[in-house]
Design a protein around this ligand. Structure first.
Ligand SMILES: C[S@@+](CC[C@H](N)C(=O)[O-])C[C@H]1O[C@@H](n2cnc3c(N)ncnc32)[C@H](O)[C@@H]1O
Length: 282
């Protein structure tokens, strides 16, 4: 079976962690959804697929953008994420969206999507060429692809600095294989372009885009860095004790003002760089 490791991770670890943050991840990443939806140039009445939709907030925004004549399907490999997404759709009374538990690398979709988009849901395939070929084969002729992935760690201080702090306390993690599936798998623009080309997508483009994430508070940012991303993964890999986690959380909280700033409307402005990946189906 494809993607077994990621399936286990997102069902047993990543999904429950994400959901337990109670919306902080969603608030933080809202500017990325806006950038993806702008890059996708959604039009009323279109059929949209949200790949690795997670708790579904980007799907819900896309559903509003395509209006009642349009339709959005969100697919995700994680049951806790899909359950949360369905709850959000019900709570907001958004009816032109549905959520499906499944693997985007192998699943078939109907009706054929005219737009395929994703906010950080495409970096986890164990065979990305097969996944993007499957998505292209199921897409409507001329369909548009717009996906956000993280740019390199060196350009994302909000992940890099917490990772350094964990490494200083617990030592480095196992060496990362280049392009290994995970949050940074698509940090190399040439690699991503080659994947899309091999998978049969046309006019692939990877643009580095500076963006300000919306941190809820410095406390939430420190909690997220201990839970998710490369620093959270290293804490898990090292099986950090509660006391070690608390030491790291406090160190990240203390470091945060050096690479963030207060947001004009409250909260925290967190500079980041993403890769905006676009292409077209023939
Ligand atoms: C970083 S989260 C992003 C979630 C959501 N797009 C968001 O931005 O809030 C990555 C998501 O991709 C999902 N995912 C990973 N591999 C997948 C696959 N092969 N098929 C479908 N979803 C997958 C995970 O379960 C997880 O919910």
């Amino acid at each position: 079976m494809a993607n077994e490791t990621q399936k286990t991770y997102w069902n047993q670890v990543g999904g429950p962690k994400w959901v337990s943050l109670g919306g902080a991840m969603e608030a933080r990443l809202a500017p990325v959804s806006a950038a993806v939806i702008a890059a996708a140039a959604l039009r009323p009445g279109e059929n949209v697929l949200d790949i690795g939709c997670g708790a579904g907030l980007t799907s819900l925004e896309a559903a509003q953008a395509v209006g009642p004549a349009g339709r959005v399907i969100g697919i995700d490999i994680s049951a806790p994420m899909i359950e949360t997404a369905r709850g959000h759709a019900r709570a907001r009374h958004i009816e032109n969206v549905s959520f499906r538990l499944g693997d985007a690398q192998t699943e078939h979709f109907a009706p054929a999507p005219e737009v395929l988009l994703s906010r950080f849901g495409v970096m986890f395939f164990d065979d990305p060429v097969a996944a993007f070929a499957n998505l292209r084969a199921g897409a409507a002729p001329g369909a548009r692809l717009a996906c956000a992935a993280w740019a390199p760690l060196a350009r994302n201080e909000h992940w890099r600095r917490p990772l350094e702090l964990v490494e200083a306390l617990l030592g480095p993690g196992a060496p990362r294989q280049p392009h290994a599936s995970g949050p940074l798998a698509f940090d190399d623009a040439d690699y991503v372009t080659a994947i899309l080309t091999q998978a049969g997508w046309q006019a692939p483009r990877v643009e580095a885009m500076e963006i300000a994430l919306h941190g809820v508070s410095l406390e939430e940012e420190a909690a997220i860095a201990c839970f998710m991303g490369p620093s959270g993964a290293l804490l898990d890999e090292k099986q950090a004790s509660p006391a070690q986690r608390e030491t790291i959380r406090a160190a990240i909280r203390a470091a945060l003002p050096a690479y963030t700033s207060p947001a004009a409307n409250g909260g925290v402005r967190v500079p980041a760089v993403i890769h905006m990946i676009t292409a077209r189906a023939a």
